[in-house]
Design a protein around this ligand. Structure first.
Ligand SMILES: Cc1cc2nc3c(=O)[nH]c(=O)nc-3n(C[C@H](O)[C@H](O)[C@H](O)COP(=O)(O)O)c2cc1C
Length: 293
């Protein structure tokens, strides 16, 4: 799969085939992709625990489910693999001088940019170490996002589906359930497996409401020719709701014994999403007639 096609094919998958295990080599591909993501000062602070339900203690898994937001329970129960993405604070506070220094012999940073080993160890390093811990955690969460984004695309490339999962129900409990030391901050859980659903793309806000030219508030217009070309490349794919999506959801839910209904939303609220003052104006997907739009 080409990169733009992988970006266009990625979905947050919310129903998995629990009976279909994930090959070990595919997990390796995903983790290697995460490892190669860009990171501040080359610090590689993003780590992960791969939880394989075939070998993970059942009682511990139930504790993990209790930590996750209730709307994530189905993903946790149906995905054969759960990845707990973590930030290692020691990668900053203990290892940064080494992980940055390795860029010197690699000739990634050079004297042309003003780098000397003295500058790194006597100026840059002490400055970075003086940043408060909560600010560093914010910085490293951005780095984790880079690694996770690589992982999501690599998973798509090898035919797997993922869903990131918030752990808002018992955030304080999660580190204890995972058994991680103090320097490790769990950031997201991720369900990983073969999708039991095949949804279309999800809506995004209009290009010209997100991007600005020279100054904030001056829309940078979308180029329709580029958008058309990106359709050919696979970045843009048919949007949800795809024909038969409601039937797909019904049948999947019947198979697993879940509520077969669609999530309710008042018709006028749906309509308002696509009106002129809405960021989705002009982005109306097909198949909303059923909702009276
Ligand atoms: C950081 C992050 C956290 C997310 N947490 C959840 C979650 O807890 N549960 C869930 O079902 N989806 C979660 N998602 C998925 C988003 O809801 C999803 O990306 C969005 O609806 C767009 O759909 P798409 O990913 O299929 O394009 C999360 C996504 C991100 C990037």
């Amino acid at each position: 799969m080409e990169l733009l096609e992988a970006m266009g094919s990625r979905r947050s998958v919310r129903f998995f085939k629990p009976w279909k295990p994930v090959e070990d080599w595919k997990i390796q591909v995903i983790l290697q992709a995460a490892r190669m993501a860009s990171c501040q000062g080359n610090c590689n602070s993003t780590e992960a625990i791969v939880i394989d339900k075939r070998t993970y203690p059942e009682d511990k898994f139930e504790q993990l489910i209790e930590c996750a937001s209730a709307f994530n329970e189905i993903q946790l129960r149906t995905a054969p693999i759960i990845v707990a993405w973590l930030v290692n604070m020691d990668a900053w506070f203990k290892d940064l001088v080494k992980s940055f220094a390795v860029l010197f012999p690699a000739m990634a940073v050079t004297a042309a940019h003003g780098w000397t080993y003295k500058l790194l160890t006597e100026v840059t390093y002490p400055r970075l170490m003086s940043i408060p811990r909560d600010k560093v955690e914010d910085l490293l969460r951005v780095e984790a996002g880079q690694g996770i984004a690589h992982a999501l695309l690599a998973a798509t490339d090898v035919g797997l589906g993922c869903c990131l999962l918030a752990t808002g129900r018992k955030p304080q409990e999660l580190p204890k359930v995972l058994g991680v030391p103090e320097n490790i901050v769990p950031v997201w859980l991720m369900a990983l497996g073969y999708p039991a659903e095949s949804p279309g793309q999800r809506p995004r806000k209009r290009f010209d409401r997100l991007f600005h030219l020279n100054e904030y508030g001056t829309p940078l217009p979308e180029d329709p020719k580029v958008r058309e070309e990106l359709k050919n490349e696979g970045l843009f794919q048919p949007m949800d709701p795809q024909p038969g999506r409601d039937e797909e959801i019904k049948h999947i839910c019947r198979m697993f014994g879940y509520d077969e209904g669609l999530a309710d939303m008042p018709k006028d609220q749906i309509k308002a999403l696509y009106e002129e003052d809405s960021p989705y104006y002009g982005e109306l997907p097909d198949g909303l007639e059923k909702h009276g739009v």
